[in-house]
Design a protein around this ligand. Sequence first.
Ligand SMILES: [Zn+2]
Length: 48
Amino acid sequence: MARRSCPVCKQVVDEKLTREGNVVTKSCPKCGKVFISYEIGKGYLSAK
Ligand SMILES: [Zn+2]
């Protein structure tokens, strides 16, 4: 788990990794803010 500061919570949180098929999403465990999501083997899909 990587730690990063959440712009919504304004505090440092542990990234939550979610995997759906080939898509990996890293989000805030507290507010659900999506930091980044990408598809394995294809690179970035979006960075919100
Ligand atoms: Zn948050």
